[in-house]
Design a binder for this molecule. Sequence first.
Ligand code: ZN
Length: 104
Amino acid sequence: MNIFNQVKHRVSIVKQIEKYIPLEYDGSTSYYKGLCTFCIPNDSKEVGIITINPEKGIYHCNKCFINGDTISFEAKKRGCSILDAAKVLYEEHGMNFKYVTWDY
Ligand SMILES: [Zn+2]
């Protein structure tokens, strides 16, 4: 398993995004929702809703249409590359980057 899959396997997308924005669980869909942190408020100060599908490990915003997975969310928040975000998450979750295998 490569670093990206290991991170996705180990890191909960809900817990990770919840570090940045408060989320609410929607029992009717089993998705989590929160105010988008990437939307730039317009004149009416509206921002979109980020919907997270924990089963698939993906999110998307209904307004700015940003979307992706745990690693891309972290990369966008940090303004770093996908690989750097994966490294950060990897180490934050107690995995040692020295032992990463690079099979693709
Ligand atoms: Zn948005």
